[in-house]
Design a protein around this ligand. Sequence first.
Ligand code: BDP
Length: 686
Amino acid sequence: TDYDDCWLQYDAVEDPAIRSSYRTRCTHVFASTEGPELGVARDELRTGLGGLLGRDPHLWMHPPRSVDGFLAVGRRERMAVVRAAVDAEEIDALHEEGYIVRSVEWEGKDCIVVTAATDKGMLYGVYHLLRRMAARRPLADVDIVEEPKTEERLVNHWDNPFRASVERGYAGTSIFDWEQLPDLRERYRDYARLLASVGINGIVLNNVNTQKPDRPGANPAVAEMEGWQLLRERNLPKVAAIASVFRRHGIRTYLSVNYAAPILAGDLDTADPLDDDVARWWAEKADEVYDHVSDFGGFLVKADSEGQPGPYDYDRNHAEGANLLGRALEPHGGRVYWRAFVYASHKDRSVQAYDTFEPLDGEFLDNVTVQIKNGPIDFQPREPISSLFGSMPETSVACELQITQEYTGQGVHACYHVPLWKETLDTDTYADGEGTPVKDLLSRREGRGLAGVGNVGEDPNWTGHYLAQSNLYGYGRLAWNPDLDAETITDEWVRQTFGNDPDVVEAVSDILHDSWPAVLDYTTGHLGLMHMMYNQDDVLENHYNPSPGEWPGYHGASEDGIGVDRSEYAEQFHSPLSERYASVEDCPDELLLFFHHLPWDHELDDGTTVVQRLYDNCFEGVEEVRSMRDRWAELDDRVDTARHRHVAERFDEQLAHAKHWRDTMVAYFYDHAGIPDAHGRVPRDD
Ligand code: BDP
């Protein structure tokens, strides 16, 4: 193909001992052929083993004879070799998406068994095996029993159908060609492979902004291009075609819908959730969708937010709003993802979600999930967790993360989000006393899990920046198991993507782990400031360049100090988080100016003043980028030329842009504080 394989590179094993051990066990493959997911598994084994072993594997319909060993993929009840390796009780106890990968000696042969209770489980097991081989880990005594820790692991793709674009997509145009659909492109399959390989089990195809009233192109002449059009009968075969590809990879398809769809796509004059005609319209629409896509996942809704219609238009609350759709989907086993990102009356947006949703806890139907962004503002480089986590015990909740780098350098800067997400997931909400981290609220219950706003586009490297592939990979792995630590995920990704040269693994891992702190330093000064970036809409660079003067309400800079007093937000947390955030002394530095407005010369723990720390961090951020760039440069003979050059150029651009950020930020701070930098860097002489 003319696009990259990302982490499914399958480079040939060079070490003779490892290669021979792999060849003994995996040259011959006895794999079930039933079920579509097993077809995908066999294809992946053909490609993967072909690459890793340096020769095509032989696929058998029965256990191969006269060989030293083989790989068996199938159900226990169908294969004697699987029965020799796995007890019936083990399978019975296994989660339906779980799997077992185990070595066993069978009739004198060295075998590896991949088995599960479902075909999908076996597909995941095959990906696990290949991942392990890509990292050159031994197979001789392998014994893995794996189950996902979360049920719902979604990518929110944010495609703008018929516009060939992706909202907040920085990787070129859209891969979905809605004009040509239901004709399929090979790329859809490869996208599905990438997602399945990390355990993603749902995809919302289109953007949550299903209608863009205040954006360019939003006039009646282009209404044909609005996302809500996907619900029209004539477009459902297109959705069904995509769904057929994802289904084989264990992924259910969902759509974002417009709350006013009964008016827009139907002929009603209201979308009032308590109106019988409206309820009937949605029920019939759901029937129609399921006629085309029998395992359709459900609807995602952005309501009463940034110009999108919602229940508030009819003086109804968000439970009434969401349950209307829940009832329509319920007979088909579908689910509503209802976003908590509501914009309404509040002056400071941080308190809005809790005020809107917490009082409604217990009123949502079982098949409604409230989808909550990790933080209260909007995917900023760092935010405290949303106060809704741990405040809705009777409601299914999902955590929405941004894989795409909207506020963290877009397709140009390296910014590895896994440590950011880990921070959110590991934060203790104290909802049930100590030891109730966010990740536990998302685990092991139907309707709970993670939703990641995607970063894939038509670019040959899929994500705009080769290093940004790590964010898609890391998101999937964390969604599967939020307990994984960042280092493990990084190591897996680097080995599969750039190979096992220890120097490369170390250097790329270090670069990834240094990248978020660097971005935090030069884009925020690293004390918890929000929205320092350009916010003017309608331009591609929106949220990319510095523009601290634009929305001072979010960061509170004035002559007497900086930061915003968000004590009202702090109060929404359980104790002791609420007290910790409310106290200037106890609030962690990295969130200090999120919660407090402080004088510029307020002294931090180490004796530095606020303004001095901001200066220092902005300067430091640039040096961190320089050091990432230099480390990458040293890999020029270790990474293939095309990828090396691409990333090197991005680092040059990032360095120049980081300086621009630094200079803009420190000048802005100086203008308000009037206090020069202790090291003479601000104000500048020139
Ligand atoms: C903001 C994005 C905007 C999204 C919105 C959302 O700038 O494109 O539509 O969030 O999540 O971050 O709904």
